[in-house]
Ligand binder design. Structure first.
Ligand code: AKG
Ligand code: FE2
Length: 289
């Protein structure tokens, strides 16, 4: 009896999460990782970031200067030459049961891995980020962009799941904007004049999402959003990107041929390996060249 009640409660919580996701285009879940795990991830990300600033294994060149605000592909094998166990820990976080259950609940199907990213504060120049929808970077015309937003419907096809490693309220969103095209005011800010107004602080109905370390914010990248990048506000946010398994998306983010290197998949725990084997199977044929 007790078990049945527990399940019922969980389903209620899940349907609430799903409804919120559909309505607002984002959900916040507190304490997805406890303090110990969050601190471990933070020190790992710190060491990856340090390496990346000196040499990005993707290019063999420094990854970014003091104004960099994001790096991608933290799970590149090149970061783990000395300690493969750190890769195991990182991938355990990406395929963590709690994380994947959030994704499954909001997408309504099995999530497919796409990419890891780290957002950090710049150390020289502060900037409020540009308002955007991620669809504007992956389409050529507005007609195409509109169609993409429309076809993603309420549920969307992708999740940006940010885990704060330091307290952060640096992501700002317009709730519900994934369901529609821009208002005149939004359009003026997001796109008009070649983006000259895109860093405006005057967008109506925007909401900053406050996260404590270990909290997660999942958002639909079709909605209007932006980040904030201030030198005096330390930021370390790990972002895990997933798509629906039924809507894979092959591009720079999914291009991760290091998964095919000897020993890479073997480093992962048997619990998470199948999740990444599915990722490899979905994209491997695009990694040949
Ligand atoms: O968190 C940020 O600073 C911006 C995130 C963003 O725009 C994205 O991941 O699509
Ligand atoms: Fe974005």
């Amino acid at each position: 009896m007790h078990h049945v009640t527990e399940n019922y409660r969980e389903e209620l919580v899940n349907s609430d999460l799903h409804n919120k996701w559909q309505r607002d285009g984002f959900v916040m879940v507190e304490e997805v990782f406890d303090q110990k795990r969050t601190d471990q991830l933070k020190s790992m990300c710190e060491s990856i970031l340090e390496q990346w600033r000196i040499c990005n294994p993707e290019t063999g060149e420094p990854g970014g200067n003091s104004d960099a605000t994001v790096m991608r592909h933290l799970n590149h094998s090149g970061f783990f030459k000395n300690d493969m166990s750190e890769l195991t820990d990182l991938m355990d976080a990406v395929a963590d049961d709690k994380v994947l259950e959030i994704c499954r609940t909001i997408l309504g199907e099995e999530p497919l891995f796409r990419c890891t990213s780290l957002f950090m504060n710049p150390t020289q120049t502060s900037q409020d980020g540009s308002w955007h929808r991620d669809t504007q970077f992956t389409t050529k015309t507005e007609l195409e962009e509109k169609a993409k937003i429309q076809s993603a419907k309420e549920t969307g096809n992708a999740i940006q799941l940010q885990i704060a490693l330091l307290a952060s309220d640096d992501v700002e969103l317009v709730p519900g904007s994934h369901l529609r095209w821009d208002t005149t005011e939004e359009y003026h800010i997001r796109k008009a004049d070649d983006g000259a107004n895109s860093r405006s602080n005057a967008i109506s109905g925007a909401q900053c999402i406050a996260l404590q370390p270990g909290d997660a914010l999942a958002f639909n990248p079709c909605g209007l959003h932006r980040g904030r990048y201030h030198t005096d506000k330390s930021r370390r946010t790990l972002m895990l990107t997933y798509t629906k398994t039924s809507v894979p998306c092959s591009d720079y983010f999914s291009h991760q041929p290091w998964f095919l290197e000897e020993g890479y998949l073997e480093t992962l725990t048997s619990g998470t390996r199948p999740f990444f084997e599915t990722f490899v199977a979905a994209y491997k044929s695009d990694w040949k060249n």
